[in-house]
Design a protein around this ligand. Structure first.
Ligand code: NAP
Length: 299
């Protein structure tokens, strides 16, 4: 296990042995592998600093075979932690309690440690929908396309089900078990659902009220790649790219060219983090502080 950012001891009562067990200083952190490029420490530490809270949030690289050891270490040493790839599913079986949304999304991305009990949450569903709510978007009865069928696509679908969209198109490069589960979730919720090939997404995207990219296409490694051209996008659509690095992906540029409304991936990152801070500390985290920290990291 490698701690990626030096753990700083702070002389604040908040950081000292909160449960009286004599186990010493606790922290917040994110665990995953790889983890060195995580924006979460900058985002959360910016809040702690702005609010004058004496906490520290660090990134810890935890390999797959180290997960259970790490979870037991964090039971003693953390107030709460974030969970990212590749641990979001397997950690579900290692916690004492799960918020019901975790089973729907089949993933945990936030854990609260209360004494020695650990409860898992998923803040991606809220994180996804909040930037749309802030824009006053009402999705009830409307149509959406989700490109991709992985973990993020599932969180998006749960959010869209809860918003009672009328129709969902799932565009995926393969038709596998993940796609079948998404299809059945939508159908069981009474939503009209269609599965199409990712390469054919452009034939279905015009006329969709909301288009979401939940593939890595556009991120570093796939720069300047977009499933959709500007000619595939209606000006009246909302295009939401979950990719946040770079901030302005090829898909976002194509959507702006088509005069569509765009939602940036960093907005979801900030909202899911703000929700986590609410769960851990009961605070309404300052999104402006978090956004500034993220955007400065994104350059
Ligand atoms: P995931 O579980 O690995 O799923 C990725 C999906 O994209 C799968 O359907 C996969 O298809 C597909 N895909 C992968 N490589 C592809 C390629 N080269 N061409 C076409 N399709 C491809 O990943 P995830 O957790 O869902 O994350 C997806 C994206 O969302 C990532 O870029 C991630 O950074 C972003 N994300 C952002 C936020 C945020 O807060 N903004 C939160 C979560 C995720 P196969 O099944 O065929 O591999």
């Amino acid at each position: 296990m490698d701690v990626m950012f030096a753990m700083v001891r702070v002389d604040d009562d908040n950081n000292n042995d909160d449960d009286g067990s004599g186990r010493g200083e606790r922290m917040f952190c994110v665990i995953g592998d790889p983890i060195e490029h995580s924006l979460s420490p900058a985002m959360h530490n910016a809040v702690f600093s702005a609010l004058g809270l004496g906490y520290r949030y660090v990134a810890i690289r935890v390999r797959e075979d180290e997960l259970s050891t790490a979870v037991e270490m964090l039971r003693e040493r953390a107030y709460g932690f974030s969970v990212t790839i590749p641990h979001k599913i397997r950690i579900m079986g290692m916690l004492d309690d799960l918020d019901p949304i975790c089973r729907r999304v089949n993933a945990v991305n936030t854990v609260k440690v209360d004494g020695s009990r650990m409860k898992g949450y998923n803040t991606d569903v809220h994180g996804f929908i909040q930037p749309l709510r802030r824009r006053g978007v009402i999705l009830r009865g409307r149509s959406a396309m989700i490109m991709g069928a992985g973990g993020a696509a599932r969180a998006v679908l749960v959010a869209l089900i809860d918003e009672r969209v009328g129709e969902v198109i799932i565009a995926s490069r393969v038709e596998d078990e993940k796609v079948r589960i998404l299809y059945e979730m939508a159908r069981d919720a009474g939503i009209d659902c269609k599965v199409v090939r990712l390469n054919d997404a452009g034939a279905y995207s015009r006329g969709c009220d909301l288009i979401v990219n939940a593939t890595p296409l556009g991120m570093h490694g796939y720069e300047d790649t977009s499933v959709l051209d500007s000619s595939d996008i209606d000006g009246g659509s909302i295009v939401y790219d979950l990719v946040y690095r770079p901030m302005e992906t090829r898909l976002i540029r194509n959507a702006l060219k088509a005069r569509a409304t765009v939602v940036y991936g960093y907005e979801m990152l900030v909202e899911q983090g703000a929700r986590a801070l609410g769960i851990w500390l009961g605070i309404d985290a300052p999104r402006d502080v978090m956004s500034r920290a993220v955007l400065s990291m994104l350059g």
